[in-house]
Design a protein around this ligand. Structure first.
Ligand SMILES: C[S@@+](CC[C@H](N)C(=O)[O-])C[C@H]1O[C@@H](n2cnc3c(N)ncnc32)[C@H](O)[C@@H]1O
Length: 246
């Protein structure tokens, strides 16, 4: 199954998607947290909490948070699973710098480590982690299957992966408002508050092109995950995908 989102790039500058994504997140890193919570009206916290409560039920001791960005999911996970050792990995130095500051402010340095690296080619041994999480990261991967296969490689047998990503509401009524918001309102707010309006056009286009629901489960299956399933969040604005490495 083709993933059209791999062709959607922030700038179309001739550089590969991965490089453009890194540059974009470096550019918007200073405003990312503020805009993230503003544009989602704070609902993203609820989605993250839902993912963490599923994760916590599996009692993982070591967790990899791929595409960790400024570390919001890693930090929240540490609050709900204080015994876990969490590793956050991200391409963007700018995003990680902000994440590291937040970790120091919360005195979580012993529990969370932030590493710069590529989810599609990770600097970890095979079978290292009990669980892997990704929030709003996989849509940005240059090669989704490679990123998910790498996640599978670094997980221990029996480990769980939880992926939070935008999907499109299945109901046409909700999808109409979802598209209206993403296509018109979000870019206006983005243009007013950020110096990189292309980032918000990219957000809309990448969400439109990204495989959701059964299409995404098929890619998880190809990457080696079993018992794949998803839970719809807020009428399908987002979904939490779950799979197991057996
Ligand atoms: C929308 S942000 C999400 C950050 C964070 N997970 C959150 O929930 O707020 C997407 C992040 O994915 C990172 N990213 C994209 N492709 C990546 C890759 N191949 N390897 C590592 N990080 C990547 C970007 O640098 C960016 O920080």
């Amino acid at each position: 199954m083709e993933n059209k989102a791999e062709k959607v790039k922030p700038y179309n500058s001739g550089k590969g998607k991965k490089k453009e994504v890194e540059i974009m997140f470096d550019n918007i890193s200073g405003k990312y947290d503020f805009l993230n919570h503003l544009l989602s009206l704070g609902i993203d916290r609820k989605w993250r909490k839902n993912l963490i409560s599923m994760l916590a039920a599996t009692k993982p001791a070591s967790i990899l948070d791929m595409a960790t960005g400024t570390g919001d999911l890693a930090i929240m996970t540490s609050k709900f699973i204080p015994s876990a050792k969490i590793t956050g990995l991200d391409l963007s130095r700018g995003m990680l710098d902000i994440g590291r500051k937040k970790i120091i402010e919360r005195n979580l340095q012993v529990k969370i480590e932030m590493i710069q690296g590529d989810s599609e080619n990770m600097p970890f041994e095979t079978s290292t982690f009990d669980a892997v999480t990704v929030a709003f990261g996989v849509r940005n991967y240059e090669n989704l299957l490679k990123g998910l296969s790498e996640a599978n490689r670094v997980m221990k047998n029996g480990g769980n992966i939880y992926i939070l990503e935008f999907s499109k509401p299945k109901n046409t009524f909700f999808r109409f408002f979802f598209n209206l918001y993403f296509k018109f309102i979000l870019p206006i707010v983005g243009r007013l508050t950020s110096r990189d309006p292309k980032a918000y056009r990219y957000l809309f286009e990448s969400v439109q092109a990204f495989p959701a629901y059964e299409d995404f489960l098929a890619i998880m299956d190809k990457a080696g995950f079993k018992s794949n399933n998803y839970k719809i969040q807020s009428f399908g604005i987002c979904s939490i995908y779950h799979g197991v490495k057996l």
